[in-house]
Design a protein around this ligand. Sequence first.
Ligand code: AMP
Ligand code: ZN
Length: 139
Amino acid sequence: MSDQCIFCEIVHGNIPCAKIFEDDQVLAFLDIGPISPGHCLVIPKKHYARLEQCPADLAAALAARLGPIAQAVIAAVNAPGYNILNNNHPCAGQLVEHVHFHIIPRNPDDGLFGHWPAGKYPPGKMEQIQQKITDSLAL
Ligand code: AMP
Ligand code: ZN
């Protein structure tokens, strides 16, 4: 548990939530500020601020829950699609610094975000970035 973390407070039952799933490692509940009906959050019960800090077994447990929960959520709200979003760091829109995956039900013409404006690498830049990533990746 991390001090002043609202999601840790939810895990420990100190703040209520609309729970939709729980097991020994993972909790899922409806987002209090939904951008579409059924918008929910899937979180590890143990506090980690960022995805890369989660141990592999916990990351695997989270990933394994996303598909089945998303399937139940979109069935409940009769939505044909969904986004899964995981913000890491305030610059990426992370407001709550406890790892969480958003499941956002989507409908045609729902007015939410669409595809992003694709960029283009100048010659050689893609290969340079590829090399830097593979050099620093410790897997
Ligand atoms: P993010 O910007 O990715 O950090 O998203 C944090 C999300 O947590 C937002 O969508 C909030 O609406 C949601 N949120 C914050 N407090 C609560 C709460 N007490 N119960 C449910 N969702 C919450
Ligand atoms: Zn926390």
